[in-house]
Each structure stands twice: as C-alpha cells, then as structure tokens.
Ligand binder design. Structure first.
Ligand code: SF4
Ligand SMILES: [Zn+2]
Length: 554
C-alpha cells in the first residue's frame, strides 16, 4: 500500500517524487488533482492549475490522494500517516526562505575515493537524498525546481518575498558555460514569474540574464543570496568575475581535510596551500565562504581531525565563514567501498565520531556558522560508518549533559525571539588572514549568549586587489562588506514589528562598517549584495550599483 512506509516527513517527500516519476501513479494523482483543485490565493492563481503536470504534489493534494485510496480500500487508514500529512513543514531559516536545487547529471573532474556515482545524478549526489529526489522528479529543470519549491513554501504558510537560492550538484565550475548561464537565468525567471498574472509571464527566450536580474531587484520574490559549490582548484580571478556576473554571493568549496597526506591519499588532487589561496581570493572578491569538512577520511585519525578543526581558525590561512561537516561514510559505487571490502578502511564508531564532532565544535569561533554536522544520506545507502541521522540532536544533548556550549552563530542566533534593543550591544572581533583583515561586527545580548545581527567587513591589503579586472575592478582601494544579516521571524518586507529585521540593526552595522572603512583609509565601501537586496542599499543607504557590487564613496 502506497502510504504504508511513510514514517517521516522525508518519506513523504520521497513518495511525492516517486509519484512524479511513475507513470501510473502520476496519472492517478492527476485525476485527484483535477477533482480537488484549490487556489493558493489571488497572486498565485496559476499555482493551482489542475492540468499542470510538472507541479509537485502539495500536502493537501497528498491528503486527498490518501483519502481516495482509503475510500477505495486500497490503503489501510493510519493515524501515523495522517499525523505526518498534517504536520510537514518546509525549512525556512533565519529570516529567509531557502530554495535548494540541483544541476543536471554531469561528471566531475575530481576522482575522490569516497565519492559515490549514480548514473542519473550529478557526481556525489544520491537519488534518494531529499533535494536530489526533488530535482529528479523535476527532471533537473531549474525553473520547475524553483517554482515547485516556492509553491510548497506558500502552501505551508511561508512568505516567499526573500529567497536564498542554493545550487548544489558536483562541481559547478566544470559545467559548460552556456548551461551555467541558462540555469541561473531560469532561476531568476522562475522567481520573477511566480507572483505575476498569467499574461505577464516571461517565456524564457525574451530576456537576458542581466535583464532578469534587474527585474528581480523589485520583484515580489527577490533572490537575496545565491550560492554554488565547486572545487578550490577551480577558483581564480576569471572564475570569480564570472560568478559575480551570474549573481553568486556565496561559494561552497569541498575542503574535506587540511593535511596534504590525507588529501593525497583520498585523491583530492589539491593541496592545503591551494585551499588557502582560493579562500583568500574569494574573500578579497567579497564572497562568503563555506567549507565542507570531512572527518573520518581514510588516512586520518580522530586526533588529526580534531587538530584540523583547530587549524582552520588558528593562524591566518583559512577562517571559513561557514562550515558543513560531512563525516565520511562508505557508499556503494565509491572506490572506498572496495577498500572497505578488502578490510583497508574502518570507519570510526559512533562514540568516536561524536567525540570528534564535540571537540571540533568546541574550537569553532563566534564568527562562524555551522550549517550542518551530517549529510542527509538515507541510511539504506550507508554500507559502513555512522547511521545516526539525528547527530545534531545527539550533540545538543551531549552539550547539556557535559556542560559545554557551541559558540557558533547558528547556536546563538535569536531566531524568532523578539529583540529588546537595550539588551543588545555592538561587539567586534578582528582576525587577520594572509592578505587582509576581517572585522566581525555583531549585536550581542548583554547577559545571554545570543546574537541578533552581524556584519562581515573585510579590509584587504593594498596590493591584494591590484590585479583585479572586470567586475572585480571596483574592489581596488575598497573595503568590502561580505555579509550583513539580521535575525528574527520571517516577515514580509514593509511589515513593522519587534523582530531584529526591522529595527534598523542592519543599518547601524553598515554605519559602523563605513566608519571603520573610512578611518582605515579606504576610498569606498563595496557590498557583495544579492540581486534582491540592491534596492535596500540603494534606497536606504545611498549605495550605487557598480559592476555587480553596491558601492558608496566614503
Ligand atoms: S570533487 Fe566533489 S563531486 Fe567531484 S569527485 Fe570529489 S567529492 Fe565528488
Ligand atoms: Zn553551533
């Protein structure tokens, strides 16, 4: 029976994806959709089109499907299933709605031994991971992926006026340039079209990327951040120039380890020096930098892994802004699987892994945000290695039990709490990297360990940006704001409220950044702003668009 295996929200998502891919299920589902068509609201009338074959099932449609099967006696009624159908939520995170989508199946130039390969997936992704399954159900079409995700957000009551778009799938820089341009254009077109009436649609061939971006500056759904993932050895000035043109604001790179011996053993084909050089370049171009780290790689030990997390922040070489920790597991279809079969690799026990992650987190400074401590791989894929899927929870409990705290931003951000301004004060952390200085400004609670807003200001060394050309040329002699973030409950633009987003904390951080930049002798301040935030800098703060950055002469 179709709904029998639905134990979690993830199972339900996978079932939806299956429906999109299975001809018979899809035909039956479409019958039900036509019978139960509802509207999502006046702005979104097209979202309810009962004939739209490419739209993913919504939750209310899944309820109708389930009830229909029960009525026909093809499904046993189940309280458990009904509960999941009722409570499913879509992720919306720290004041913005997150939309993740995958690029098409493609080979990666890398040959990392732990990396799995499935024919119908981009390298390193597995078809039953939630985001991957959704992409497959949408045939990797960027337009459909974005619009379906937005519909799910709307159906679950989330505002979609501010979107953070995360493009995942293998190595972005290895895809053909035409494909990259088309893919990103389609993302903007999907966001722009979403709140329009049927007759105002952009059909896909009319507007250039720049025109679509320009339109998004004032669209109903604005893209306030855009990230891609790539390899450090693909980062150079030319690539960064191009990424700016595409509208990218954040780069995720696979680092995995910092010891050359471990990198080499795992066939990463890069050195720690290349990782550090790439990081400097990205920072000097204003990008936010996310490192993917992989404890438990063959050739490493728990001690080496713990040391590695310390090395990220001691010295001046790395200092990523955000971290994703993806402990290595043995997956079918990887070289590591063969090694494991031959007894040449033994993963850590769960206790060892938790020990490593605990000691890793203890070393993470207050200006870093830990995005994940585990990758969402369904346990059925994992041949060996940790299958603890609620690792984050386990570590939280460990914190309480052993009385320690993770100081990262994610653990300290105020989330939905209300901000009483008197309770917060402006604090500064400074650290040096190889070719510049980072200044982390934040509004911190005076008695509780909570953060309401922050800004990453970079002061590159004089000669660090002299070779920059094209889009990057505006950064010569400039201080750079790489990130500005205020926390609080997701609210629509223009709504006034007590939450951090609307209390001018962002503006006050920018004033402080301008003051520091001026006093440091910088001629201008440049902000790597998402396309959808340009209006804010223009109207509220007097910045002007100059080669993809928002710039103010000081
Ligand atoms: S670079 Fe990334 S996607 Fe490519 S093989 Fe290595 S881990 Fe896999
Ligand atoms: Zn944390």
């Amino acid at each position: 029976m179709l709904f029998d295996d639905i134990k979690t929200e993830k199972d339900l998502e996978l079932l939806k994806c299956n429906i999109m891919r299975d001809k018979n299920l899809h035909a039956h589902f479409m019958d039900i959709r036509k019978k139960t068509a509802t509207t999502y609201g006046p702005d979104l009338k097209h979202a309810s089109n009962p004939n739209d074959e490419r739209r993913m099932p919504s939750n209310s449609e899944m309820v109708a499907y389930y009830k229909d099967l029960v009525k026909k006696g093809e499904q046993k009624p189940s309280k458990e299933v009904e509960q999941i159908l009722r409570k499913i939520k879509v992720r919306s995170n720290s004041g913005v709605a997150v939309v993740s989508l995958l690029t098409k199946p493609y080979q990666c130039p890398g040959r990392c031994i732990y990396c799995p390969f499935e024919k119908e997936m981009p390298k390193s992704y597995l078809s039953k991971e939630p985001a991957a399954a959704r992409a497959l159900a949408n045939n990797f079409d960027p337009y459909a992926q974005v619009q379906n995700r937005m519909r799910a957000l709307v159906a679950n009551g989330h505002p979609i006026d501010k979107l953070e778009v995360i493009v995942i799938g293998g190595t972005w820089s290895a895809y053909e340039k035409d494909y990259q341009e088309e893919f990103i254009s389609e993302i903007f077109r999907a966001a722009n079209n979403f709140t329009k009436g049927d007759d105002e649609y952009e059909t896909g061939t009319e507007l250039s990327l720049e025109e679509l971006q320009q339109e998004n500056e004032t669209a109903g759904a604005r893209i306030i951040g855009l990230s891609i993932e790539t390899r450090p050895d693909h980062i150079n000035e030319e690539e960064l120039n191009r990424l700016r043109w595409l509208g990218v604001t954040k780069i995720e790179i696979g680092v995995q380890h910092l010891q050359d011996s471990v990198l080499s053993f795992n066939q990463r084909d890069m050195t720690a020096k290349e990782i550090s050089d790439a990081t400097e370049l990205m920072r000097n171009a204003g990008f936010k930098v996310v490192y993917h780290m992989m404890p438990n790689l063959p050739g490493s030990t728990p001690e080496m892994d713990i040391q590695m997390f310390g090395d990220l922040f001691n010295g001046n070489k790395y200092h990523p802004d955000m971290l994703k920790m993806y402990p290595c597991v043995v997956l079918k279809g990887s070289v590591l699987y063969t090694m494991w079969e031959r007894g040449e690799f033994k993963p850590y026990t769960d206790d060892e892994l938790i020990h490593v992650l605990r000691e890793a987190k203890k070393q993470v400074p207050r200006y870093v945000r830990i995005l994940r401590v585990i990758r969402d791989i369904p346990a059925s894929y994992i041949i060996a290695g940790s299958k603890v899927s609620n690792l984050r929870q386990v570590i939280l409990e460990d914190q309480k039990k052993h009385n320690w705290q993770c100081e990262c931003i994610r653990c300290r951000e105020i989330r939905n709490n209300q901000v009483q301004l008197d309770d917060y004060e402006l604090q500064t952390i400074e650290y040096n990297t190889v070719t510049g200085k980072e200044i982390f400004l934040s509004f911190e609670h005076t008695s509780e360990n909570k953060c309401a807003a922050f800004c990453r200001l970079r002061l590159p060394d004089k000669d660090a940006t002299t070779t920059f050309t094209g889009n990057l040329e505006v950064l010569r002699d400039a201080a750079i704001v790489r990130e500005l973030h205020t926390y609080g409950q997701l609210m629509k633009i223009k709504n006034k409220g007590d939450q951090g987003q609307h209390r001018g904390l962002g503006m006050r951080l920018m004033q402080e950044a301008e003051r520091i930049a001026r006093e440091s002798g910088c001629k201008k301040l440049a902000v790597i702003s998402g396309v959808g935030v340009r209006e804010y800098y223009k109207n509220k703060l007097g910045y002007k668009l100059d080669h993809t950055y928002m710039v103010k002469t000081l």
